[in-house]
Structures are given as structure tokens and as C-alpha cells.
Design a protein around this ligand. Structure first.
Ligand code: HDD
Length: 688
């Protein structure tokens, strides 16, 4: 008998179910299938018989293979891993997941937000960063993004945000992007979005790789220790590979080169054993700190500058196993911000409070049953037991009569079922700000009224290149808006953020600077924060990065070997590209196989390129548009180019200039390949 894992039962143990004979193909009910090629007919050319249960079951199942995609974050990529607690924070939280040395199984799903499940990986969009910790005290789901703030302050606005940003209701485009009328119409009428818009228009929404982005729990949560003492906390994920984003032109071209760029990147990294890693950081603060800030810590459009409350690293996350089946795991995983173990608690953030309902609810519509927690990817790895019973797709078989509580069945020798653990959740003794109780009212606290100070903080904390990217993104997106008043209204809001930014955007759009919008509360200047800049947090490294090496017939074998060795030594991935996948005949007369064919491996998929050509090889490639673009785009995307002497005519044709990023093939190349050359950009394109 061959056996397959089909489910996880009560207590998390895997129960195995026989699947027919040894490797035998069967129906879903275990009946052997004799012929999987032909339906059952009355005569070889006769009509198909209704009694063909093999055919009917196969088609029936196929017809129902798809489930509703997520209303947001539909496109995602998941992986398994482990979280290890590395610091003792028992004074702050009693959660077992934080016990120093404790290892907890995790599942992580990264996603874009606006596009459908079949959309592309590289639009300008926020990325989801959702982590399910299967702790020994139950699941903890930290369902965050790669940006530490959000568009709105109150969950009641979430459907409006999502309707506005997703494809427009009548025409069903654009797919996966915010550069359209309805998004900017809505956003320009909602000043509370302004801080998040700054992040969205920055290169944060163009991550080079999921492996190179930060993650944030966004909301203020609470940690609760064994004596019930609570502290406020913000959660951060810090990537070991450093922050790295692409630039807009590169992202556009990546989309044409590889729709699955980030999914492939994650899968291949894990598949080849270069496991992505993040540190978990916490910012911990108390009520007195919260009360002293000019913003409200319950407002999800605000962050806490790391300079004010440093991030303390308390654990590491390592992704070390790809999923076995995309649907069973990545598609069916159900994250619930309401999943918290004892020792972690919610704050009164009104956005978080709304999420506590929404995610549970959406799983019922997506997965079709309230028993979605029994699907293996969702089931806790610790025992779970209660009096909830029945429902669609019930796979557990509870024994006995104890489906109610209290009961005295145990006194009669029967199983009385599970009992409460009063010590499980200590009550958090921390208030979450003023006005925790009071008359019923639909209101927004006055302390949420400042929509611009932190937007200004973000903009002014960027370096000049990053500021130019932000201004240019506003120009690009607003240029796609057909509703005449909208760009003006947006720029009027931006005048509250930074006059220079507003002027640049207005000039980029070719419109007059509109009158400044009236702010609900006048912004204040905050001290700038280096932690908010990508460029100030990049690592000059080839680790986890890829170098595309273009070769052709006649390429010098010694030069090629040396570059491959140097890149590999620097922990980069050397990828050989040739006009034909079969490879090229090198100077030593031997054929070197290529990893990628030139037409299908443009330079935008690499972090740096080497072009190693003989005089003749170069002459042949001068006629290849893909070769010229290989060099041209590498230069345009601010990447290092290391070239042999023979490759110079190709560089000339591609308009590659001279700067410190354009090198020979010596050690200068590997050093240059570890970084990007932003100073080059103003010579290549007009930025706002
Ligand atoms: Fe959400 C999915 C992150 C606000 C309602 N959200 C979803 C996912 C992430 C986030 C990463 C994908 C999870 C996965 O991979 O399956 N969402 C956030 C963050 C928010 C946020 C960081 C603000 C700080 N979300 C938010 C609000 C609501 C929702 C205010 C509703 C009131 N989110 C959902 C949802 C989704 C979802 C509709 C779609 C699929 C799912 O939940 O499981 O319920």
C-alpha cells in the first residue's frame, strides 16, 4: 500500500490515508482506474456513457479546481522556515515563541496587493509580508507589509481604498497598478493617505527581491509579561541582505522580461540552499512615551522613528523550504491578525480592530468553510480542542458526547472534554491612549488629525536621488490620470508636505502650482531619520545577487573563468548568457554551455553585467538588438558593467558612458558590481 499525507488532525498529528494499490491510479474513492486515456463509450465510436464515473469524477473535480482569489494580496509566493528567538525578553512578554533558543516553525507569504493572482510580480505596489508562527501555544500571525504605515486610519475605509486602487469597475483595467483615475481621485480626497503615498511613490514599492525588503507589523501591539505588565511594541523584519530596490525603468522592463521575477527569485534562492534571513526587531515603549509624542501611536498612518525608539533584535527568521504544492499551501494559507498567543495583545488601533474581524470572515468565502483551520497549512502544530463542532468539510472525528460545557460527564466516567486555562491570557494592564471608554460615537480622535508631519519626515529623510524618484513617480502616476482636477488637488495636498516636492511635481506635470490645501492640523518639522532611506541602508555586496556574463564565439576562456570565480568568491551568482543556449566556442576551442539565451535573458534580470567578447564576437553582436540593449539597459539601470577590450564597440553603440561603474574585468569590476551608481542617473533621464 502506498500512503499519502492528506491531513492534520486534532493535535496536529498527521494522519495518513491509503491511496489504493502501490502507485496505482484510483478514483478519489479508491477504485483502481484501468484506462486514463479514453472515456467509456458504447462502441469505439459510440456515445459516451453517463455511467462513466471515472470521467465524471475527473471532470467534476477539474471544474471546481479554482477558489475565489484573495480580494487583496491575491498574487503571492510562500515558503516554510524557522524562527529562532535569540534574546531573552521574558521581562516584556511571556510568549513561548520568544523564549531564548526556542525554534518555531513558520510559513511566510509575500504578495503584491492590487493585482489578481495571475498578475505580474513587478508593479509599483506595496508588498505583503505575512508570517504564521506555529508556536507551541497556538498560531501567531504577524500579517504585515514592507511599509511601516498604512493608507487609512480606520478599517471602515478599507473597502473604499481597495475599490479605488484595483482595476476600475467598468473597464477592468489597469491590472495591478495605482496609476489611474479612481485611485488618485480617492487618494487626493483623503489627506490621511499622504504619508503612505510618500512610501508608495518611493522605491520601497519596487523591491529588487522579497529577500531584500523590510517587513513591518505596522500597528502598535502590546507585549504582556507573566505578571500581566504590558508594554507597547512595533514589530520589524530586517533583511540580512540589506535593502535593495530597482528603479522605475528597470521595473517596467523586468515586467516584460519575467512576469514571475520575484516568485522565481525566492524559489531559486531556497532551492539552491541560499536561505533568505531576516532579524525580528521590536520597538518597545510605554504609555508615558506614547503620551509625549505629537502623533497618536494608535494611528496606523504614523511610525515611530527608530532614532526615538531603537529597534532591538530578538530573533531570526530563515526560509529554508519551498512549498511542495502551491495551491495546498500558498493559496490555502489563511492569515488572521486575530491569531495571537498569550504574551502578545492588540492595541485599540481602529484599523487593527477592523482587521480582527475581516480576515476570519474572508477565509469562509475563500476556503468555503469555517473549518479552514483544519487544512494542514493552517492547523496549529500544538494540540487544539474545544466544543466547536461540525460544519462543512469537517475532517476531525471527535469522540463522545462532550460537545457542551460545563458538563459533569467526567464524574460519570466519560470524557468531559477540554477545560479553560485561566492563566493563559493575563489581562494587559496598559491603557491604549485617552478616551478608551465613553459615549457611543462615530468619531476620529483629534490626535489623528496631523496628516502631513510624518509625510514630510519621510521625504526629508531621503537622499537627493530618492527624492527625485518620489517626485518623478508622482508625475508618472498623475500623468495617467484623466480627471482634470485630480492632479491639482493632489499637488495642493503635497504643498503641506514639502514645497519643493509640490513644485517639482507641478512642473513635471506642466501645471501651475495650485493653492495649498488647508491642513486639518498644521504639520511640524521632525528630526530626519536615516532608517527611512533605502540608499542609506543598502549593503555593498554581491551576496544573493546575480551577475549576467555575456559571451559569444571567441570569448577568452581565461577571462571568463576569472570573472566567474571572482563573482562566486564574492557570494554572487554568475550566469552565463550567450546568443545560443547550447553555448559558445571559446578561445580555447572548447564549447561553454550558456545558462540563458541572450534574447530571453536581458540585463534587467541581473544586478550587474560582464561583457566578455573577442573583436570578432563583438562584431557579430553589434547586429543583435538584444546585445545592444543588454549593455544599454545595464547602464540605464545604474549597474556596473565590466567589459573586455573587444566589447568596446558594443558599449559604444549602446551609448555606455564612462564612470566608476564601467570597468575592465579586473577586481574593480566585482567591487563595482556590489553597488548601483545613482549619480549616473541625471545624465540619462530627466527626473522631476
Ligand atoms: Fe489586509 C490580506 C496586510 C489592512 C483585509 N492583508 C492581507 C495580506 C496582507 C495584509 C499581507 C495577505 C495575507 C496572505 O498572504 O494571505 N492588511 C495588511 C496590512 C494592513 C491591512 C499590513 C494594515 C496595516 N486588511 C487591512 C484592513 C482590512 C484588511 C483594514 C479590512 C478591514 N487583508 C484583508 C482581507 C485579506 C487581506 C480582505 C485578503 C485575503 C485575506 O485577508 O486573507 O481580509
Amino acid at each position: 500500500m502506498s500512503k499519502r499525507d492528506v491531513g492534520i488532525g486534532k493535535g496536529g498529528e498527521t494522519h495518513q490515508v491509503a491511496s489504493g494499490g502501490s502507485d496505482a491510479m484510483t478514483t478519489n474513492h479508491g477504485v483502481p482506474i484501468s484506462d486514463n486515456q479514453n472515456s467509456l463509450k458504447s462502441g469505439a465510436r459510440g456515445p459516451t456513457l453517463l455511467e462513466d464515473f471515472v470521467l465524471r469524477e475527473k471532470i467534476f473535480h477539474f471544474d471546481h479546481e479554482r477558489i475565489p482569489e484573495r480580494i487583496v494580496h491575491a498574487r503571492g509566493s510562500g515558503a516554510h522556515g524557522v524562527f529562532e528567538a535569540t534574546d531573552d525578553i521574558s521581562d516584556l512578554s511571556k510568549a513561548a515563541v520568544f523564549t531564548k533558543g526556542e525554534k518555531t516553525e513558520v510559513f511566510v507569504r509575500f504578495s503584491t496587493v492590487a493585482g489578481g493572482a495571475g498578475s505580474v510580480d513587478t508593479p509599483r505596489d506595496v508588498r505583503g509580508f505575512a508570517v504564521k508562527f506555529y508556536t507551541r501555544e497556538g498560531n501567531w500571525d504577524l500579517v504585515g507589509n514592507n511599509i511601516p504605515v498604512f493608507f487609512i486610519q480606520d478599517a471602515i475605509k478599507f473597502p473604499d481604498l481597495v475599490h479605488a486602487v484595483k482595476m476600475e469597475a467598468d473597464r477592468a483595467y489597469p491590472q495591478a497598478g495605482s496609476a489611474h483615475d479612481t485611485f488618485w481621485d480617492w487618494a487626493s480626497l483623503m489627506p490621511e493617505t499622504t504619508h503612505m503615498l510618500m512610501w508608495a511613490m518611493s522605491d520601497r514599492t519596487l523591491p529588487r527581491s522579497f529577500r531584500m525588503m523590510e517587513g513591518f507589523g505596522v500597528h502598535t501591539f502590546k507585549l504582556v509579561n507573566a505578571s500581566g505588565k504590558a508594554s507597547f511594541v512595533k514589530f520589524h523584519w530586517k533583511p540580512r541582505l540589506g535593502l535593495q530596490s530597482t528603479i522605475w525603468d528597470e521595473a517596467l522592463k523586468l515586467q516584460s522580461a519575467d512576469n514571475d521575477y520575484q516568485r522565481r527569485d525566492l524559489f531559486e534562492a531556497i532551492d539552491t540552499g541560499t536561505f533568505p534571513k531576516w532579524d525580528l526587531g521590536i520597538q518597545v515603549f510605554d504609555q508615558a512615551f506614547a503620551d509625549a509624542q505629537p502623533y497618536d501611536v494608535l494611528d496606523a498612518t504614523k511610525l515611530i522613528p527608530e532614532e526615538d525608539v531603537p529597534v532591538r533584535l530578538i530573533g531570526t527568521l530563515t526560509l529554508n523550504r519551498n512549498v511542495d504544492n502551491f495551491f495546498a499551501e500558498t493559496e490555502q494559507v489563511a492569515f488572521l491578525p486575530s491569531n495571537i498567543p498569550p504574551g502578545i495583545d492588540f492595541s485599540n488601533d481602529p484599523l487593527l480592530q477592523g482587521r480582527l474581524f475581516s480576515y476570519m470572515d474572508t477565509q469562509n468565502s475563500r476556503l468555503g468553510t469555517t473549518n479552514f483551520h483544519q487544512i494542514p497549512i493552517n492547523a496549529p502544530r500544538c494540540p487544539f480542542a474545544n466544543m466547536q463542532r461540525d460544519g462543512k468539510m469537517q475532517t476531525l472525528v471527535p469522540k463522545g458526547r462532550a460537545n457542551y460545557e460545563p458538563n459533569s460527564l467526567a464524574e460519570h466516567g466519560e470524557d468531559g472534554g477540554p477545560r479553560e486555562t485561566p492563566s493563559g491570557f493575563a489581562t494587559a494592564n496598559l491603557t491604549s491612549g485617552p478616551d478608551e471608554t465613553g459615549d457611543k460615537q462615530r468619531a476620529r480622535s483629534e490626535s489623528f488629525a496631523d496628516h502631513y508631519s510624518q509625510a514630510r519626515l519621510f521625504y526629508r529623510s531621503q537622499d537627493e536621488h530618492e527624492q527625485a524618484h518620489i517626485a518623478s513617480s508622482f508625475v508618472f502616476e498623475l500623468s495617467k490620470v484623466g480627471l482634470l482636477d485630480v492632479p491639482r488637488r493632489m499637488v495642493a495636498n503635497l504643498r503641506n508636505v514639502d514645497e519643493d516636492l509640490a513644485r517639482r511635481v507641478a512642473e513635471g506635470l506642466g501645471i501651475e502650482l495650485p493653492t495649498k490645501a488647508k491642513a486639518a492640523r498644521e504639520p511640524v518639522d521632525m528630526a530626519s531619520s536615516d532608517a527611512l532611506s533605502i540608499h542609506k541602508n543598502m549593503k555593498d555586496t554581491l551576496e544573493g545577487r546575480a551577475v549576467g556574463i555575456l559571451i559569444a564565439d571567441g570569448t577568452d576562456a581565461g577571462q571568463l573563468d576569472a570573472v566567474v570565480a571572482a563573482v562566486t568568491r564574492a557570494k554572487g551568482k554568475a550566469v552565463i548568457i550567450a546568443p545560443k543556449i547550447g553555448g559558445a566556442t571559446l578561445s580555447d576551442g572548447k564549447i561553454r554551455k550558456a545558462d540563458g539565451q541572450l534574447a530571453g535573458s536581458p540585463s534587467q534580470i541581473f544586478d550587474a553585467v560582464a561583457i566578455i567578447l573577442s573583436d570578432e564576437g563583438c562584431q557579430a553582436l553589434l547586429k543583435e538588438g538584444a546585445a545592444v540593449e543588454f549593455a544599454m539597459n545595464a547602464f540605464a539601470h545604474l549597474k556596473a558593467i565590466g567589459a573586455s577590450d573587444g566589447a568596446q564597440p558594443l558599449l559604444d553603440k549602446a551609448g555606455v558612458g564612462t564612470d566608476e561603474g564601467v570597468t575592465g574585468l579586473d577586481s574593480a569590476f566585482v567591487k563595482a558590481a556590489a553597488r548601483r551608481f545613482y549619480d549616473r542617473e541625471p545624465t540619462l533621464r530627466t527626473l522631476a
